[in-house]
Design a protein around this ligand. Sequence first.
Ligand SMILES: N[C@@H](CCC(=O)N[C@@H](CS)C(=O)NCC(=O)O)C(=O)O
Length: 217
Amino acid sequence: MRALAEAPRLLFHYTEIDYDDVMSWDYYDRDWSDVKPNIPFKQLPMLMVDKKHKICQSLAIMTFIENIAGISISDPILNAKANAIMQSAQELFMPLNPTVNFATGDKFKKKREDMMPFLMSRFEDLEKALKESNKKFFIFDEPRACDFVTFHHLDLSKLLDPTIIKKFPRLEKFLEDVMLINSIKSYLDKRPRLIDVSIEPKLMIDGVAHPTGVKKT
Ligand SMILES: N[C@@H](CCC(=O)N[C@@H](CS)C(=O)NCC(=O)O)C(=O)O
């Protein structure tokens, strides 16, 4: 699925930190259902550091990457504001991410309709925060973890309904600015495409279409 591992991938590319992106069934050579009970919080993404430290929770992974890259926000007020942005964007995860990755037909349409008021309200809040920052990104003129988390969810919303983001020109400009960063552009050009959303969602990995889900295909 294209979901909560996406922001860590973006931040790794932005900070130019090498990482291996491995499906759980390849890393452990077992089905996800067998692996899940032994994962610290039973969900992915998980970052394995030095083959021994298992870091779960995508926002904890984001903070860790910022720390090792030396770009954490030292001012306590700005840091708190960045965290508020990051958590507010992350709350878009449910039901936006599962719907785009898995829902089909009438269920997709109903879920899209049901989540619209929340999406509009949260996009409005994010747009306001961005305008008030008077910067290119939410905190600085260079992106931080909160920007990549927000980018992922806003970008995914285009696959739910491409017209939503058009109602928020400042957020649209923000997406463009993130996409213009060289390291991000080259990652986005190469990442698996999510296709046939709402019909039979699949990820195109190395030219092969894989149905989304938790089974190795
Ligand atoms: N709060 C967690 C949520 C993690 C989560 O929902 N992971 C989903 C995929 S994005 C998952 O592991 N689903 C499979 C399962 O629960 O078995 C985070 O931010 O990492």
